[in-house]
Design a protein around this ligand. Structure first.
Ligand SMILES: NC(=O)C1=CN([C@@H]2O[C@H](COP(=O)(O)OP(=O)(O)OC[C@H]3O[C@@H](n4cnc5c(N)ncnc54)[C@H](OP(=O)(O)O)[C@@H]3O)[C@@H](O)[C@H]2O)C=CC1
Ligand SMILES: CC(=O)N[C@@H](CCC(=O)OP(=O)(O)O)C(=O)O
Length: 357
């Protein structure tokens, strides 16, 4: 079934639980720039009664509510986004399943990432088939974790070449730790500092090992900058490879995916933040051709959370995954200026059209 809507048609309604959070706020900005989404309601306990313009401009006088799971389900919204801390989604999911028979439910937390009833989707890797989702039955999407997205995008293209256990060293901005006070968002502690934590068996180590079907080692760190993840990944290869071959493999793998930029140079954090892009590069190989290092950068709040959620919502609605992201110049003027992205975007648009014809 093709659910595509003409932009002139009525929009899909969308509601957010957890709008006060860092990810909730990013979602608001993205929804504002999306041609098919209409914000219907938002929920936060602390912001209850305030107009949404106090968080992000441009939504008239929509007032923030503090909604129980049952009240959320009674709204009968096309798309419900849960942007709550881990461990809190179940009552909302249960209420929605009991009451709402159609639409899209997307959870940003880690609560359903290992649940086979849910789609787990990095859109460039695990495809919710474009244009194949029926809105007459609910679709449940568990959005991948931020570090996990950075690792998966950098390892999927070379999974068959890698021997042993890739070693992933990640540094995140402190927004990764959410708004609730913790050592990982304590700006005094982080000042002029880099702090390692959960150095073994972090949840995202498990997430990547399962989704990639290959064990990885992951050591997270947090630093004093607000947003962004730099993931440096070292791998050993089954057989000799050159840096050029490695780069070509990534470039070919993501040729149809405008939000993944592959470059030979070493990417830096600033190239990905405030944008829905993942930037992968560095592609360095040892003289014997048996070891390599790659760097994968993204914005934890966007490609690691909110813009990836929007990509998944787009796919569930039968739209091009980049709808409302590439056109949204406010997000990153670099995107508009990047001819390669624009041409990749038209390729993806073409293939999406072919799929839904
Ligand atoms: N930050 C990041 O980089 C990423 C986060 N995620 C995941 O996305 C989700 C949201 O993250 P983030 O925005 O950073 O989190 P925040 O801590 O910034 O925000 C959490 C939101 O949930 C609400 N909330 C907190 N406790 C409760 C509760 N007991 N009942 C109802 N609402 C509650 C808060 O609002 P209020 O207290 O006003 O109700 C707030 O709106 C998390 O699951 C996180 O793991 C995923 C990828 C990246
Ligand atoms: C700096 C920091 O504390 N980061 C968080 C990752 C946030 C996140 O994305 O976690 P989920 O996607 O699994 O919800 C952490 O390491 O737990």
């Amino acid at each position: 079934m093709n659910n595509k809507k003409n932009p002139a048609e009525k929009k899909y309604t969308i509601g957010i639980v957890g709008v006060r959070g860092y990810v909730g706020k990013e979602l608001l900005s993205l929804i504002k720039g999306h041609p098919l989404l209409e914000l219907a309601w938002v929920s936060s306990r602390q912001l209850k009664g305030q107009t949404i313009n106090s968080i992000v401009d441009g939504f008239d006088d929509l007032v923030v509510e503090d909604l129980s799971p049952e009240q959320v389900a009674n709204k009968q919204t096309s798309i419900v986004v849960l942007a709550l801390p881990n461990g809190l989604a179940a009552p909302y999911v249960n209420a929605l399943e009991a009451c709402q028979k159609s639409g899209v439910l997307i959870d940003l937390s880690a609560d359903y990432r290992f649940d086979e009833d849910w789609y787990y989707s990095v859109p460039e890797l695990d495809n919710i088939k474009q244009g194949k989702i029926s809105l007459s039955s609910p679709i449940k999407i568990s959005n991948p974790g931020c570090y996990a997205t950075a690792m998966l995008l950098a390892l999927a293209p070379i999974k068959d070449l890698v021997s042993g256990r890739p070693n992933c060293f990640g540094i995140s901005g402190y927004s990764g730790a959410g708004t609730k006070a913790s050592p990982n968002n304590d700006v005094e502690r982080l000042s002029k500092n880099i702090c390692g934590y959960a150095l073994i068996e972090h949840l995202h180590e498990k997430e990547v090992s399962i989704k990639l079907d290959k064990p990885v080692s992951f050591s997270p760190h947090v630093a004093e900058f607000f947003r962004g993840i730099n993931m440096t990944i070292q791998v050993e290869f089954e057989k000799r490879i050159t840096a050029r071959e490695l780069f070509n493999r990534f470039n070919d793998f993501y040729a149809m995916h405008p939000l993944v930029v592959c470059k030979e140079e070493i990417p830096t954090l600033k190239e990905s933040i405030n944008s829905p892009l993942s930037v992968i590069g560095g592609f360095s190989v040892s003289k014997d051709g048996m070891r390599g290092t790659i760097i994968s950068c993204l914005d934890n709040l966007l490609k690691g959370a909110a813009s990836q959620a929007l990509q998944n919502i787009n796919l569930a609605l039968g739209e091009n995954s980049t709808l409302g992201l590439i056109e949204n110049n406010e997000l990153n003027p670099l995107i508009a200026a990047n001819e390669r992205l624009i041409s990749k975007s038209s390729i993806e648009q073409l293939s999406a059209n072919q799929l839904t014809q």
